[in-house]
Ligand binder design. Structure first.
Ligand code: DC
Length: 239
């Protein structure tokens, strides 16, 4: 049976769960492998999974549908409150993201959605509006939370924190392969430029910039296979 959590931006807050529920935060720059690794680790642990980037991307996609100007912070904050985001996880398939009733999974993965998300994510009111929505994912038996500020801002008390990195070249290469497999035409140079620009924007914004929590375990995934990284991350939870 697919599980579907509807998250509405309007602040009807869910009951606060006790903070004893374990959380593993996995933060890092785009292309560091966070998404793939986090999903696999969540599956192995049988914990819930939060793809926080998908929330920002969903707002970016909804803003695009409404033809909003990415410089109009007021309109983007309203859009955050008005956008309904749901996650569906079929037993044997990838996580689907439903935005305002439409399956936006494929659109969410585009560089356009990523760039819009990165711009929107720099608006403090948007981040504030999504804070409690993200914390609501902390449910028994545990949560794997993937993002940029999971260990620093959203779950600072998480008992397990990982910061994943990889060289910009390797990240661009991984993205290139993914997009090529989907038939999307891109150049390595263009992707590398976009990745570096997004890194710089995510790391330099004043609110919740991309940075490792002081208590995070750093894992450089350059040259490592998926299983090797999953093993290292699982070792953080059960050394
Ligand atoms: O992880 P991702 O590539 O799907 O994230 C898309 C953008 O959303 C990213 O450039 C920055 C922003 N983001 C963020 O600011 N904080 C998060 N916790 C997750 C994503």
């Amino acid at each position: 049976m697919p599980r579907c959590d509807i998250i509405h931006g309007f602040p009807i807050l869910p009951p606060r769960m006790p903070d004893t529920i374990p959380v593993l935060t996995i933060d890092g720059p785009s292309g560091s492998g966070k998404g793939t690794i986090s999903r696999l680790v969540a599956r192995r642990l049988d914990w819930h999974y939060l793809d926080s980037g998908a929330l920002y991307r969903a707002i970016g996609v909804a803003a695009g549908w409404a033809d909003l100007d990415l410089d109009d912070a007021g309109a983007l904050v309203r859009c955050t409150f008005d956008t309904e985001i749901g996650f569906q996880e079929p037993e044997d398939g990838d996580l689907r993201v439903i935005v305002n009733g439409h399956d936006a999974t494929d659109e969410l993965r585009t560089e356009t959605a990523g760039a819009a998300a990165s711009a929107i994510a720099a608006i403090p009111e948007v981040r504030a509006a999504l804070k409690d929505r993200q914390r609501a994912f902390r449910r028994p038996p545990g949560l794997v939370a993937d993002g940029r500020d999971m260990g620093t801002v959203i779950f600072p008390d998480a008992p397990y924190k990982v910061f994943l990195t990889a060289s910009a070249e390797e990240r661009a290469e991984r993205r290139y392969k993914q997009l090529k497999d989907k038939g999307v035409s891109v150049t390595m140079d263009g992707l590398l430029r976009e990745i570096l620009a997004r890194d710089a924007r995510d790391a330099s914004r004043t609110v919740a910039p991309l940075r490792p929590a002081i208590d995070a375990v750093h894992i450089d995934t350059t040259g490592l296979g998926i299983e090797a990284v999953v093993g290292r991350v699982l070792a953080v939870v059960a050394p």
